[in-house]
Design a protein around this ligand. Structure first.
Ligand code: IMP
Length: 190
């Protein structure tokens, strides 16, 4: 059975391929010759994930799953949330995004935040969603060089290191994305 993972990130694809049952062959967007910018115009993380999975099913005919992630900061009314990638502008610049977030939170004692990943699966004419959440806090300064995105300023609850200071295997055990992926795998196995 072929199932599209609506991503161009081959690391993500490989990681998930190693976890799904062996009768499922995962295809990337380039495997199905999809080079378009898939619209992500929903006001919610869940809506964007569903929009991407549905887009592929309708245009390319494949069953598909897609993920969308956002960082929700309590003192900022859960912003940047669905706008995390473009928080500081269309360039999707991680450094500019982090700098803006640290400025917005400057002097604020409430640093609580969470990452949320939603995976939407479009399969057998049904849509299922799986949500993974990782709670933590926004640090005062960037720390660490590993990872990507907001990792240098996000410290998961129960840890004294940011995601960018933790080894990748450690992050992958507790991350929002890992939690959503494990629910997806459980569903596909049943
Ligand atoms: P996307 O939905 O994977 O494109 O992510 C949306 C935004 O959240 C982008 O700015 C990413 O850099 C950021 N982001 C997603 N996952 C993570 C993560 O695990 N750590 C830090 N930032 C992330």
């Amino acid at each position: 059975m072929k199932l599209v993972f609506a991503t161009n990130n081959l690391n993500k694809l490989k990681e998930v391929q190693s976890l799904v049952p062996s009768h499922i062959e995962l295809l990337s967007l380039s495997d199905i010759n999809c080079a378009e910018d898939i619209p992500e115009t929903s006001p919610t993380i869940e809506g964007n994930a569903i929009q991407k999975a549905t887009y592929i099913k309708e245009r390319y005919g494949y069953d598909c799953f897609a993920d969308d992630t956002g960082l929700e900061v309590v003192a900022l009314n859960n912003e940047p949330g669905v706008y995390s990638a473009r928080y500081a502008g269309a360039a999707k610049d991680s450094t500019a995004n982090m700098d803006k977030l640290l400025r917005e939170l400057s002097g604020d004692k409430n640093r609580k935040a969470q990452f949320k990943t939603v995976i939407a699966l479009h399969i057998n004419n049904k849509t299922e969603t799986f949500t993974g959440i990782c709670t933590g806090s926004i640090t005062e300064k960037k720390r660490g060089t590993d990872g990507f995105g907001y990792d240098p300023i996000f410290q998961p609850e129960g840890y004294d290191k940011t995601f960018a200071e933790l080894p990748l295997e450690e992050k992958n055990k507790i991350s929002h994305r890992a939690k959503a992926v494990h629910q997806l795998i459980r569903y596909l196995k049943n």
